[in-house]
Write a protein that binds this ligand. Sequence first.
Ligand SMILES: O=P(O)(O)OC[C@@]1(O)O[C@H](CO)[C@@H](O)[C@@H]1O
Length: 399
Amino acid sequence: MPVTPAAPVLLGNEPGSFPHSVLAERHPAIIRQVRDAFPYGPGQHRALDELLKSCTEGVIEPLPEDAGDRDRWRAWGLDDYAGRSWFDVPWLWSESYFYRRLLGAVGHVGPGAWQGIDPFRPFKRAELDAPETDEELAALDALQDRPEEERARALLHGSLWGNRADLGFRLSAAGTEAAEPAPALVADDSETLWSLLPPSGTGTLCLVADNAGRELVPDLLLIAHLLAEGRIGRAVLHVKPYPYYVSDATAADVVDALQRLAAAPGAAAGYARVLWSAMADGRLTVRAHPFSCAPLPYADLPDDLRAEFASATLTLFKGDLNYRRLVGDRLWPPTTPFQDVTAWFPGPVAALRTLKSDVITGLSAPTESALVAAQGRRWRTGGTHALIQVNASSEMHRK
Ligand SMILES: O=P(O)(O)OC[C@@]1(O)O[C@H](CO)[C@@H](O)[C@@H]1O
């Protein structure tokens, strides 16, 4: 448990705040975008209208009686929050439930012909097929004759910055990329991270993925490198069991990314072969645990996931949302030690994240002051800064 007193949980009810803008502007924009991308029928249009009204001016409603995941959502707090404004409950919960309701509205869940159709797939596919992905894959060719450590570092940074602009973020942050100063790391524990993944490692890496497309591809390249160079013996890639936060990776997105890599010219296809054979012999597995889409902090991990992370050499959380869930979706003072807020985690843990929400821990006082002096609060949400944070001691050693 954190030795630091808990900070306030983020809610979405303060007009002008980032969480408020996500609920009031980003969610309606996502409904519009999904509606325009598919030839939905009248029932789906009606359900989308109802969701739009509910999430902007209405209250949280329970799931239908026959929803297969109703009990799970009740256990995750639905009974406590039903009847309340989306803006007045924890922001993390509200966002997560929005995606669940969106999937219900378009028929992704439940019986019917639209079951399992990913409403975000066109956006994820477009990104994967974009020329920028070709450029990123072509850059691998120049890396091949570099020393192993240099390749490892480049791939780690590729995975980190791949998180920069998820598709949901781009919807409400158009133009920021061009306007911002050069990206910068606000915390860099990469030496500690490498010490946990030494060249002769045989351990297991759990990589808790974030976005598909141009983030998942570099994540897979990093895993391929670690396996091929013997820094790990096994990897477990945790993805989402259903479409979530627009661009979050599902198992189908892993398949798309692997096929994209395999079809690419040059060095990229070599990485695909490593991954393909690691999947075939079980050194790389993909997991889609229900808790990966839970509206709760990771401190509430179910026992099976806790045991899995406890036995890993390192659990690596990618992205902003995973960071929020890891440290708790709270407005911590930015200098709150990362070690304190992750002290409960059952094993060595790392976060690789570009900053796209107010939650931040582990900054030095001079770093925080410099960021505030230069940008006010913008550095927290603009996606222009990133961090690599590690808590290397396992819970057992912390006691
Ligand atoms: O987890 P990711 O893909 O890095 O970012 C998710 C995100 O875009 O969505 C949330 C707001 O909806 C924020 O946590 C963050 O800005």
